[in-house]
Write a protein that binds this ligand. Structure first.
Ligand SMILES: [Zn+2]
Length: 166
């Protein structure tokens, strides 16, 4: 019996880094035991990798757009939002900031949602593409059912709480 831990390491340009556990497996090497990843394990791995990657990207976006684009003053946080983004590899919760606009920003609205700015839509283009392509061959329900056989599509994801948007 052995334990196999699959991790993702995120390394920023400034050298700061952190690591996430994507999947922990108990495996044996006995005769008759299944080899490698099971289908279900592969779905969990894809889903947790997608979650870790998207959370790293969203954290990076929020930090990079915290300042006023004109005078580079740090803008005040109005509140936090969570969106559920649909991908081929699961439904990924994304946390974002709503900010009060800076005085020098010429806009009718007092606040700005960084999530809406960054992601105008809630569905990944590849998921839309595959659904549309397959739905031309069979019904939408059958399409989703077939996709579910091999992908963690529509699988909800648990938020990895240690990534905090500052
Ligand atoms: Zn400004």
């Amino acid at each position: 019996m052995m334990k196999i831990v699959v991790t993702a390491k995120v390394i920023h340009d400034d050298g700061s880094a952190y690591q996430e556990t994507l999947l922990t497996l108990q495996k044996t090497a006995e005769q008759g035991e299944p080899l490698g990843l099971s289908l279900n394990e592969s779905k969990i791995l894809l889903n947790s990798a997608q979650l870790a990657i998207i959370q790293a990207q969203s954290q990076s976006y929020m930090q990079a757009h915290r300042e006023c684009p004109h005078c580079h003053q740090r803008r005040q946080i109005k509140d936090h939002q969570t969106r559920h983004y649909h991908t081929l590899f699961g439904v990924i919760p994304i946390k974002g900031l709503r900010l009060y606009r800076c005085r020098c920003e010429t806009n009718n609205t007092k606040s700005v949602s960084l999530l809406s700015e960054w992601l105008p839509e809630n569905t990944h283009p590849e998921l839309k593409y595959i659904e549309a392509k397959w739905a031309s061959l069979m019904s939408y329900d059958l399409t989703v059912d077939r996709l579910k056989d091999i992908l963690p599509i529509n699988k909800g994801s648990v938020w990895i709480s240690k990534i905090i948007v500052r």
